[in-house]
Design a protein around this ligand. Sequence first.
Ligand SMILES: Nc1ncnc2c1ncn2[C@@H]1O[C@H](COP(=O)(O)OP(=O)(O)OP(=O)(O)O)[C@@H](O)[C@H]1O
Length: 578
Amino acid sequence: MLKEKYGLTDDGARNVKLGTVWTAVSNLATFGGVGVFYLLMQELMAHLSEGTALPSLAPYALGLIAFIVILFITEYYAYYYQYGVIYVESGRQRIGLAERLRKLPLSFFGRRDLADLTETIMGDVKTIEHAYSHVLPELYGAYVTLAVAAVGLFAFDWRPALASLWSCPVGLALLFGARHFLAPLSRATRLGNLAVSDDIQEALECVREVRATNQEERYLDGIRSDIDAAERTTVKGELANGLCVNGAQIVLRLSLATTVLVGAALVLQGSCDFITLFCFLLVVSRIYAPFDQCLMLIAELFSAQTASARMRSFYEEPLAGGGKAFDPSGHDVVFDDVSFSYGGASGEKVLDRVSFTAKEGEVTALVGPSGSGKSTCSKLAARFWDVTSGQVRVGGVDVAGVDPEVLLGDYAVVFQDVLLFDDTVMGNIRLGRRGATDEEVLAAAAAANCDEFVGRMAGGYQTMIGENGSKLSGGERQRISIARALLKDAPIVLLDEATASLDVENETQVQKALSRLLTGKTVIVIAHRMRTVESADKVVVLVDGRVAEQGAPCELLATGGEFARMVELQRESASWAL
Ligand SMILES: Nc1ncnc2c1ncn2[C@@H]1O[C@H](COP(=O)(O)OP(=O)(O)OP(=O)(O)O)[C@@H](O)[C@H]1O
């Protein structure tokens, strides 16, 4: 139940149980102190009323010391299991989520945005962390304490016991009855806050575009309206929560009054002495103190359940599974009657019965108008997504049956949008192959024509390049990405618009480096410029997600089809001038 409700790991749930036990033991140990006090007072009163000499206080002093030692030990363990282990648990939860994310198919990331995922890993785990440290063991410990104390109090004297404990079931029933509308409010508050953090993250990511299009005011209006909505939901939630929690607290506190009233009546009747009543009051106040603290934070418990449900959704997503064994015979990449849609079988088809073979040792160029499905083909080739129907095979092996991590070991990919890390140039290139020596990294960098711009940097290859390479131009970023791919030296290379950001001189040099280093590999290249693909061994022309034609570039040029038309168009556009 704990694992399910609060997204805890096995160890986390075990620690909550231990925390509960130690909290209850610590609470009950306090009653031991009340017991020592009760016995002492009884004896003193007896001696005072009989007028005999006062007894030795040594056994009571010893009892008191034992009580303090026991209390210290139990408090220490209760604190340790409440606060000491929780950071390890949050660490485990975050690593578990990150591990899960690593294995989820890209379709999952298409459905969930970045702010949402970041919020789950950081915010939701933090919410659970706080509920764990401040509420869970304390609340469950309070239940156990209440149950044990109730048995003891009823056994001692059922009349003041009833007067003290009647409010517990009433107060808790009130609160847990109210959870039916408190929990949805707490969920709405959380979602409202999420929408705001989503807005802010998007605003930061798109700040350049927003400013360039003069949309700041309009954009801020959208954020303001989401902030207002979040504020309204939060205020509503807090009010409802305050009402229920205060109601429950008042009911719980009423029992102090009823204990005093019933106790006073019993004292007056002579069926209960004053010391017993006083001790009852001490015990009752100690029983209710932890409940009081937990009730103040009960909303956190509901938030933690929402957070845990969001975390669970990661674990309920099917993984991009597959076997670890991948033993292809060669590295021909075959698209066999492949259809695909980003929205699953019911979504709009982006590829429709695409068939072609990218042979090992050859460069296969995918060309076609924008949106025709070229990038999608390269994503399917590397199993970033799974085909909707048909098969993609590498060396005769269907990639759908291979663990994506194992499969990607055989691929080097240069994406259209290059992603760089806030690290040195060297560190970014080394990402291609972790264990590569400095010499190997520098050789790959030189082959990708990085020397020229890195030479101009004060720190050379040790220069930090800023978040996502913000200090570099588009062409420089792309050359680093090409160097990475070269360093990986994988048998299959996917180049998506690899040379799009390079000037003519650079492009020629990088093309030379590529053709030298890609010899013998299966290369699938996507390029809009016909000049780039004319030197390819094979061209696959995609139009509206279908293969319009395929073959050697010279053959296609000779047939005067779609490819010839595109080459012609580009020749014409090359002669245009502004
Ligand atoms: N993640 C995605 N989710 C939904 N639809 C997508 C996604 N990525 C691409 N598409 C759609 O799939 C179609 C094909 O896109 P794709 O990127 O494969 O085209 P392309 O030929 O590479 O285009 P370009 O030359 O402009 O890069 C487009 O209509 C595009 O809108």
